[in-house]
Write a protein that binds this ligand. Sequence first.
Ligand code: GDP
Length: 359
Amino acid sequence: MDSRKPKPTLRVDPPSDSPVENAAARSSTARRALRLDQYLEGIVSGDRAILGRAITLVESHRGDHQALAQELIETLLPRTGKSVRVGITGVPGSGKSSFIETLGCDLVQRGRRVAVLAVDPSSGVSGGSILGDKTRMTRLAVSESAFIRPSPSAGRLGGVAQKTRETMLLCEAAGYDVILVETVGVGQSETVVAGMTDVFLALVLAGAGDELQGIKRGLLELVDVIAVNKADGENRERAEIAAREISTAMHIVRGGEGEVPVLTCSALENRGVHELWATLDDLHEQRHRSGELERRRREQSLQWMHALLEEGLLLMFREDASAAAEMNRLEEEVRSGRRSPYAAVRKLLDAFAAHRNGD
Ligand code: GDP
């Protein structure tokens, strides 16, 4: 018996006018999954309401939802991969949402379809969300050609990020040809986002003194393009100077490992934003032509596989009653300092191996 069969009373919600998913709509749809063919049809025909519900399905922790989500993504995979995937990072206040809105509207005007996704590591830690709670990107949000998905309000980084990858694939299958994945530079979030995108942009602000100090060490290796934002009014000249300093510093730091273009822009005045896009798009095209894009994406697929394996194994432990009990017990021992994490994992893996061998 296929446990994924849906209940017969399911109905499709009327399409929402707004491309912005809201939490209430998400939680009300979380319980009612559609049938695979309903998701497929909705997504392929570009129905944003169904796309939103498919993402909710992907984010669900229920086993039957997960199974259906996997089937959905697998079926849609041949329709994915054709977008430009851009990671965007910057500290809160650096102007990411304003920039994405200006860029998004510009792209939409030029006939592109833009999806904006967020990886928000703050949500799992504080229960709140740096990115999700604000009313953001209101101009872009009303566009027919845009889809904005705020970050889930719970979950640890790995989980959220993994779902972001799947969300990205769903958006591609729905015909979005530019995917902007936004993150704040907290913890591992930048590495995670760089691990699922084609090009990576850092938005920085002109500050006093050592400009590179504002850019975290880890980011130096990940970033492809840097933009000094808010280059307007009195700040414009400072931004130009900062850009030159950062450019020189990046040249020294990266040595021969490829130049990092450093530009200035103002989301407020819509200055430099399109030029910045052209730089990102060129880089994408260049990587595509050289085969680097393909290599990068294959490597990312491998990382995705490993992440799925980890998630699957964890789920196996959690869903098996005796393994879950053992896991809980060992977690408690690790938490109280009575057992080392190494010893706990060894014990769990030994038990798993014994179980697999039918002992
Ligand atoms: P985020 O937290 O990185 O998403 O930043 P926001 O987009 O919310 O912007 C933070 C603040 O900077 C807001 O008050 C914006 O109005 C302002 N801001 C954003 N972009 C620009 C810009 O290009 N120029 C100026 N002067 N202010 C900007």
